[in-house]
Design a protein around this ligand. Structure first.
Ligand code: PEP
Ligand code: MN
Length: 346
């Protein structure tokens, strides 16, 4: 961290601040003295220092961090890719993951039909919302506990690991048999929830907030990791921009940035990222090419009747068609697709 001192501040004032910083934060401070301006360089664990508090000192002109505030998620401190095992599957290694299923779990027939069909097309995990974060309180809110029970039934029949969203730490006990817990975009900065998830050892699929920067996204991962859970999978799901022709703007550059600055696996959600079914295929291919470790795609047995996100959900034939092109791309990028039964498909 660098502290730039205002012009022509007396030496004694600067020494006082230097001693104060060393005493308060257990860092070493070196001084670079120019003709009019002095710069203090702080070395040590500066992540705990509140920039605003240092900036509020009346002799301080500016404070800048030279090191990223995220430590656990930072590739500098963990050069190798993190690989997160989920049953036979893994995120972050050579294997690619395709998580598919409806936005919401709606009934036993629906989730079983979708699970069977997406598995037959090559999906490696099943998604489905039981707790739904809806913009309107009058929209379908999810089957909640019953939804999780139905997902577990689909898992029992197909062998597909299940991925489902948690909205409050109060329901954590219901997620005991869930394979991957999803934190939705709206809860990316629900810090109490993140802290609680830091105390369990389940893989967490953390979605990027609707208007969050990449650094804020990584700081949310940091919350989970700081609690002791390093099984965090990052998910780019589109952000709000000026664009109106797509539901969100799928930020694929974020995928390359995340893979560069962090060792955590990255998954892309082209369904929420675009809100448009025909964009799922090209965006999936692009995501694979820019380094993603997996995709999460909404697929429904009858999108026109879906209780949520029907407009962006592929029907099961469309999903099968998109999978053919996704598999080709996975092979082209030298990654593998292991079927739910453990056979190498690509
Ligand atoms: C979802 O996965 O259905 C969902 C609500 O996603 P997001 O949190 O990205 O909007
Ligand atoms: Mn959805």
């Amino acid at each position: 961290m660098i502290v730039i001192i205002k012009q022509d501040v007396p030496k004694e004032e600067i020494s006082k601040l230097k001693n104060q910083l060393e005493g308060d934060f257990n860092v070493s401070v070196s001084e670079v003295v120019g003709t009019h301006t002095t710069i203090l360089g702080l070395v040590g664990d500066t992540a705990q220092i509140d920039i605003g508090a240092v900036r509020s000192n009346e002799i301080v002109e500016e404070v800048k961090r030279v090191q990223e505030p995220y430590k656990n998620a930072n590739r500098k401190f963990h050069p190798d890719d993190t690989v997160i095992k989920v049953g036979k599957q893994s995120f972050g290694g050579k294997d690619f993951q395709i998580i598919a299923g409806p936005c919401s779990v709606e009934s036993e027939d629906q989730i079983l039909e979708v699970a069977r069909r997406v598995k037959a097309s090559g999906a490696t995990m099943l998604r489905g919302g039981a707790f739904k974060p809806r913009t309107s309180p009058y929209s379908f809110q999810g089957l909640r506990e019953e939804g999780i029970r139905l997902l577990l039934e689909a898992k029992k029949e197909t062998g597909l690991p299940i991925v489902t969203e948690i909205m409050s730490e109060a329901y954590l006990d219901l997620f005991a048999d869930v394979d991957v817990i999803q934190v939705g975009a709206r809860n990316m900065q629900n810090f109490e929830l993140l802290k609680e998830l830091g105390h369990c050892d389940k893989p967490i699929l953390l979605k990027r907030g609707l208007s969050s920067t990449i650094e804020e996204f990584l700081m949310s991962a940091e919350y989970i990791m700081a609690g002791g859970n390093s099984n965090v999978i990052l998910c780019e799901r589109g952000i709000r921009t000026i664009e109106t022709m797509t539901r969100n703007t799928l930020d694929l550059s974020a995928v390359a940035v995340l893979k560069h600055v962090s060792h955590l696996p990255v998954v892309v959600d082209p369904s929420h990222g675009t809100g448009v079914t025909w964009l799922v295929e090209p965006m999936s291919k692009a995501a694979i090419s820019c380094g993603a470790d997996g995709l999460i795609i909404e697929a429904h047995n009858n999108p026109a009747k879906a209780l949520s996100d029907g407009a962006q959900s592929l029907n099961l034939d469309q999903f099968s068609g998109v999978m053919t092109s996704i598999k080709r791309q996975i092979g082209f990028e030298g990654k593998h697709l292991l079927s739910a039964d453990g056979d190498l498909e690509v």
